[in-house]
Ligand binder design. Structure first.
Ligand SMILES: [Zn+2]
Length: 252
């Protein structure tokens, strides 16, 4: 039996029966963890009432070897992110961010940098409201922290540095931006502005500023490009991505 204490983000909550819940948590040292939360406890109302998805919690849980699910022992809310309960676009972005981080993190494996990135993003959306440019910077940061980030300053095929003014082509299956020699065939051109904006977002200091200066073109291109890149590596389109696209396209 492995007992863990500390903070975590609740990614997902599903009913098992009328009283109990199956939770997916993201813990910085344990990655994604699936836990059963039993309602049959003394502090029933406080215990399950606090378990809203996209909430930052202080938890204690037990994992049992060779068992699919561990057991949640206690939980307290560290940050409830109240905007997510009031505004649908904020919740839709937060749910997508949580699903994305949960798909990149692995069960049982530490992912401290990815965890901190998710906390930073959720805090920012709660404070300032949802914004499409900040979501693009978040997606790029998720790829980077998962070791999947596309190179933007050198060719993903031959490794040669890209000229500062070069207008690269982009090929998801070949790993990112390609030089003029390699970027033939399936690669699609990307504007210089988009490449520069993404590189600036990657360098971000402080990371995830409230409003990054994406032009309309950079926003559209990077949305398509990062979406394709994420879909390719995750081998699926996150369920919450489709919801965000349909319900809140202005911040998708
Ligand atoms: Zn090349």
């Amino acid at each position: 039996m492995h007992r863990t204490k500390g903070e975590a983000i609740l990614l997902r909550r599903e009913p098992i029966n009328e009283a109990d819940r199956l939770l997916t948590l993201f813990h910085p040292a344990r990655g994604t963890v699936r836990l059963v939360a039993k309602a049959a406890r003394k502090s029933k109302k406080r215990f399950l009432g606090a378990l809203e998805p996209c909430t930052r919690l202080e938890v204690e849980f037990v994992e049992i070897p060779n068992r699919a699910y561990g057991r949640l022992e206690s939980s307290d809310v560290l940050a409830a992110f109240p905007r997510f309960r009031r505004e649908l676009p904020a919740l839709a972005q937060a749910a997508y961010a949580c699903e994305l981080a949960g798909l990149v993190a692995r069960p049982g494996e530490p992912a401290e940098a990815l965890y901190a990135w998710l906390v930073l993003f959720l805090t920012l959306v709660d404070q300032d409201g949802p914004d499409a440019a900040t979501l693009r910077a978040f997606e790029l940061g998720v790829l980077d922290r998962g070791g999947l980030g596309p190179p933007l300053d050198r060719c993903a095929a031959c490794g040669r540095g890209l000229e500062p003014g070069a207008r690269p082509a982009f090929d998801t299956a070949r790993g990112g931006a390609l030089c003029p020699r390699c970027g033939t065939g399936t690669a699609r051109p990307v504007s210089l502005g988009t490449r520069r904006t993404l590189a600036a977002a990657r360098r971000g200091d402080p990371p995830l500023p409230p409003r990054i200066g994406f032009s309309r073109q950079a926003l559209q291109e990077s949305r398509r490009l990062l979406g394709e890149f994420l879909g390719y590596h995750l081998e699926q389109q996150p369920r919450t991505r489709r919801y965000l696209d349909q319900v809140c396209p202005e911040v998708a």
